[in-house]
Design a binder for this molecule. Structure first.
Ligand SMILES: CC(C)(COP(=O)(O)OP(=O)(O)OC[C@H]1O[C@@H](n2cnc3c(N)ncnc32)[C@H](O)[C@@H]1OP(=O)(O)O)[C@@H](O)C(=O)NCCC(=O)NCCS
Ligand SMILES: CCCCCCCCCCCC(=O)O
Length: 203
């Protein structure tokens, strides 16, 4: 079962623009300075797009209220957020009432060692996925501790499975584990301690 974390998609609006920005990020990292494209012209055009957006954007406080509207999941986070071009983005599926998973293939913007995923990116994906598993299981909080173990290099350009499962809830302490697998092999595993704490949403 797919977990609808994003209140549907908005392909004609911000989702389409953000997907295009994601393509631009990937294309820029792939091109580097090994391209025949006129990079100063590309910089001018990208800056023109940013100028358009800057001149028509709301005050940040208003945008914060909008980002956190309602009581459900948000759309802006850097892992699954459809409104965030730095998010791969992950799409979560429920495995059971305490376990979720996502599949993703990461490209050059997420590189650490040659052709491999940056360790900090793996930690980011796991931290967020553990948090979403907590939300799915019904007891969530903020990360107090995250222990990440890197078992083998995590490849770029290959399908990865990212899984998380809530293990226990003891008062305010929530324990959750997760892993990133490639080709059925565990590349990264994580254990998280979360503390039930819910900062107020901007209103
Ligand atoms: C984690 C945090 C909520 C704990 O602060 P708090 O709400 O005041 O909670 P307390 O200090 O009363 O701790 C609650 C319990 O969790 C335990 N705990 C808190 N942080 C812990 C940690 N890092 N490791 C182990 N136990 C921890 C405490 O020992 C306490 O246990 P007890 O009830 O058995 O005595 C707080 O330090 C915080 O907000 N940290 C920042 C979180 C963050 O930014 N995460 C990343 C983004 S989600
Ligand atoms: C199904 C409800 C999902 C709720 C997901 C909240 C996830 C927040 C994770 C935040 C992790 C962090 O900020 O370090």
């Amino acid at each position: 079962m797919t977990i609808d974390l994003h209140s549907g998609t908005r392909p004609a609006g911000v989702d389409a623009a953000v997907a295009a920005a994601r393509r631009v990020i990937d294309a820029l990292v792939r091109a580097g300075d090994m391209t025949d494209a006129d990079m100063s012209d590309i910089a001018d055009r990208l800056n023109a797009v940013a100028d358009d957006l800057d001149s028509s954007s709301p005050p940040v406080d208003d945008r914060l209220v909008d980002m956190w509207r309602g009581d459900g999941m948000t759309r802006h986070d850097p892992v699954a957020g459809r409104e965030n071009p730095i998010a791969p983005p992950l799409d979560y599926t429920a495995v059971d009432s305490r376990t979720i998973e996502a599949e993703a293939t990461l490209g050059l913007p997420y590189q650490g060692p040659p052709s491999c995923v940056h360790g900090g990116v793996s930690a980011l994906l796991l931290d967020h996925t553990l948090g979403v598993a907590n939300g799915w299981a019904g007891a969530s909080g903020v990360t107090a501790e995250l222990t990440v173990r890197y078992h083998r290099l995590t490849p770029l350009f290959e399908p990865l499975t990212i899984t998380a499962r809530q293990i226990s809830v003891d008062g305010r302490k929530i324990r959750t584990t997760g892993e990133i697998k490639a080709g059925g092999e565990t590349c990264v595993s994580a254990e998280g301690l979360f503390i039930a704490k819910h900062p107020p949403r901007p209103r």
